[in-house]
Design a protein around this ligand. Sequence first.
Ligand code: DTR
Ligand code: CA
Ligand code: ZN
Ligand code: ZN
Length: 326
Amino acid sequence: MKLCSLSVPARSVLVSALAIGGLLASVAPAATASPAATKRATAPAAVLAAPDISLANVKAHLTQFSSIAAANGGNRAHGRPGYLASVNYVKGKLDAAGFTTSVQQFTSGGRVGYNLIADWPGGDPNQVVMAGAHLDSVTSGAGINDNGSGSAAVLETALAVSRAGLQPTKHLRFGWWGAEELGLVGSRYYANNLPSAERAKLDGYLNFDMIGSSNAGYFVYDDDPAIEQTFKTYFAGLGVPTEIETEGDGRSDHASFMSIGVPVGGLFTGAGRTKTSAQAQKWGGTAGQAFDRCYHSSCDTTASINDTALDRNSDAIAYAIWELGT
Ligand code: DTR
Ligand code: CA
Ligand code: ZN
Ligand code: ZN
């Protein structure tokens, strides 16, 4: 199994041309790093308020993922050209914003997969707060809610950190995982290959997988009380009731971090389960229908996104990063 981790400093070319099942990916050089990374907020040490995450910006990333899928056989699945193109898109934005990015390769099902890791320079290296989302789709479609939504919201939050010139107390790290749909393969590879000394530095991992479901619910992971409370506090401030996430224990990338003893949390708006009448009463939407009727289907497109849910969850991610990281 040929495995290597490409530690690619910012401003270098994106992931270079690679053979994937006979298909070659070609990439353009990364844009020059913006001055944003050098500009530092001179705000006092007091905790800075998290910014509002622009829904329009998050949706612009979803449009890019949609275009990538359309140009690459209709999907962004592991081992297909649409996945690597998605990695290169996200990496290009992060390199331009001053992040230190690295691409970790692994192989699954005879095809090469990639994790993208982005570190925001600064903060206590012994206290790392990480947020992540799987970037791959299933083969049947573009995977805009599953999981373009989480990928785009985490990306936009990282870009907001850069725009703010944030100087967090803790070190911030972001991850986009490959091959989640094959069984959390990318995140397990990352977590299981993290040296024990590095594992001990991870204060928490926040996972975002499906946060814009058309018939949305508002579910909070209950694995770590402090992380759970952070999200609950945010939604309480919006006047939005939440429920504990029960559909997915172990069914997304947070499980890879739980397995190595890292506190985890996250948000979810629902997949194939049916919304009850009581849930429709408090959240709106349609009782008796799935939270996401396009789960793992070709109709998982930009047309199937609930803007309100995507916006609220994107803002909740930023709130949690600012709360837990600064
Ligand atoms: N495994 C995810 C979908 C999923 C199902 N239940 C949960 C709970 C929490 C997060 C995600 C999920 C996928 O298909 O990618
Ligand atoms: Ca917002
Ligand atoms: Zn899925
Ligand atoms: Zn998913």
